[in-house]
Write a protein that binds this ligand. Structure first.
Ligand SMILES: [Ca+2]
Length: 188
């Protein structure tokens, strides 16, 4: 039997069309909070946190501003922004590898204490590895598997906190979950 290339192509296309749809792939990133709705921000003890009319990308008009006067170990409950989703509900981040957010440090070059809480109240707190640069927006990323190892359920992330040691002012924006380090570019 002679089978033409064209015939093979048609057969392949028909076969592909007949295959069941695979599970829906997750979007490249999931926004937890970008402050554009003017909500989802509180301050931990010893600090103030406000949503300011400033952002680091063209489409962003608002970001979170953390300020405090006394330096010291922030732990998870001092000198922190407390960030929630706009509807206050927990978010399923299990399809992603990283938590990412942007931070502008007007104090200097610091690492940041990241805390993540799930809906059941489990909490992970630890210093991240990414140093900020004075007065520049820097992308901070944090592996979600670290949370899983510490018993935090990434299927129900309820709250993210970011704390700082050195007294000063820090801006933060676009808390997202993603597996793609370049996801930030989609936010522009
Ligand atoms: Ca924003």
């Amino acid at each position: 039997m002679k089978i033409s290339i064209k015939g093979l192509l048609v057969a392949t296309v028909l076969l592909l069309a007949a295959l069941p749809m695979t599970a829906q792939t997750a979007p490249v990133y999931l926004v937890f909070q970008n402050f554009e709705a003017g909500d989802g921000l509180a301050a931990a003890q010893g600090s103030t946190a406000v949503i300011e009319a400033s952002g680091f990308v063209d489409k962003s008009t608002k970001s979170a501003k953390l300020s405090f006067d006394t330096s010291g170990d922030p732990h998870e409950n001092l000198q922190n922004v407390v960030v929630t989703s706009s509807d206050g509900k927990a978010v399923d981040a299990s399809a992603y590898k990283y938590l990412e957010f942007w931070l502008k440090d007007t104090q200097g070059s610091n690492t940041h204490m990241v805390s993540v809480l799930d809906a059941a109240g489990h909490i992970y707190t630890g210093w991240d590895d990414v140093k900020s640069q004075k007065d520049k927006w820097v992308l901070i990323y944090f592996p979600l598997k670290t949370l899983t190892e510490k018993g935090v359920d990434v299927k129900s992330i309820k709250e993210i906190r970011v704390g700082e040691w050195n007294a000063g002012t820090y801006f933060m924006d676009d808390f997202i979950f993603t597996s793609d380090f370049k996801a930030a570019k989609y936010l522009k």
